[in-house]
Write a protein that binds this ligand. Structure first.
Ligand SMILES: CC(C)(COP(=O)(O)OP(=O)(O)OC[C@H]1O[C@@H](n2cnc3c(N)ncnc32)[C@H](O)[C@@H]1O)[C@@H](O)C(=O)NCCC(=O)NCCS
Ligand SMILES: Nc1ncnc2c1ncn2[C@@H]1O[C@H](COP(=O)(O)OP(=O)(O)OP(=O)(O)O)[C@@H](O)[C@H]1O
Length: 217
């Protein structure tokens, strides 16, 4: 995927002072299935960060006729009953073979990258600047995207808790998705920051607040 760093560092005029250089760190948030990525992203939003989820962008893209029509052309009208994409049906095709999965990823990832780049440019003009601009990207390391971020943050959770939460979700093809992902340990080893989500949401938020403090120090 493309690098999302801006070409210039924005400048900002302080209310009673000279022009200040600001740099809003661009943070990639990732983790395994049901580790708590979205819960962490929401907590970071409450803590003042600008946030965007690549999963949510993918879901928006399916609502566009361009993406819907390309998916229907490949896998047939059954994946969009009544003209609306059925993501479980798409998952059934996408995870049926590495070729089908690669086709879907090559369709979506460049479009997600373009939307995130536009969002980042906008987030960096916010006044006051947010403490960080955080992008939740499930396949951050698998896609080799880490160089595009100022820092990466991995959410990990005990395997049992994750399995329980993933089961409750009812996603299609969970085993096939997991097989395409690095293990939690591998993700954690590559990360700038690791947060263990093994307590309450409030405890998770406190740990994320400490990470934000380190980022902005
Ligand atoms: C397969 C799809 C239709 C399933 O939709 P669904 O609503 O069931 O799941 P959702 O999009 O919310 O994703 C949930 C989780 O599944 C896992 N997952 C999604 N896509 C992939 C993938 N290509 N490989 C491995 N795991 C994946 C991630 O852990 C993600 O957080 C959808 O995930 C998709 O279009 N994926 C391909 C694009 C992609 O790679 N997205 C992830 C990074 S941008
Ligand atoms: N600390 C926590 N306490 C209680 N429930 C939690 C906690 N963290 C996450 N959950 C719950 O676990 C489920 C999975 O969390 P979440 O959706 O944040 O994970 P995810 O990594 O984004 O999942 P996915 O891979 O499906 O996109 C959700 O129902 C969420 O509400």
């Amino acid at each position: 995927m493309r690098t999302l760093r801006p070409r210039t560092t924005p400048t900002r005029r302080r209310r009673n002072g000279p022009i200040a250089q600001t740099h809003v760190p661009f943070v990639g948030l990732t983790g395994g299935i049901a580790a708590g990525k979205s819960t962490a992203l929401e907590a970071l939003r409450r803590l003042g960060a600008a946030t965007i989820s690549s999963d949510a962008v993918v879901h928006e893209l399916y609502a566009s006729s361009e993406v819907r029509d390309l998916v229907v052309e490949r896998w047939g009208a059954d994946v969009a009953p009544g003209g609306t994409i059925d993501r479980a049906a798409v998952a059934g095709h996408a995870f049926s073979s590495p070729e089908e999965r690669a086709w879907l990823e090559s369709l979506l990832w460049p479009r997600v990258g373009a939307r995130v780049a536009a969002w980042l440019e906008q987030a960096r003009t916010q006044d006051p600047p947010p403490p960080a601009a955080v992008n939740e990207v499930p396949l951050l390391f698998e896609a080799g995207m880490e160089a595009g971020f100022d820092a990466t943050l991995v959410i990990v959770a005990p395997e049992g808790l994750r399995a329980e939460r993933a089961g409750a979700r009812g996603h299609a093809a969970v085993a096939e998705r997991t097989a395409r992902q690095l293990s939690q340990e591998e993700k954690a080893a590559r990360a700038t920051y690791v947060v263990v989500n093994d307590g309450s949401v409030e405890q998770l938020e406190a740990k994320l607040s400490a990470v934000l403090a380190k980022l902005t120090r």
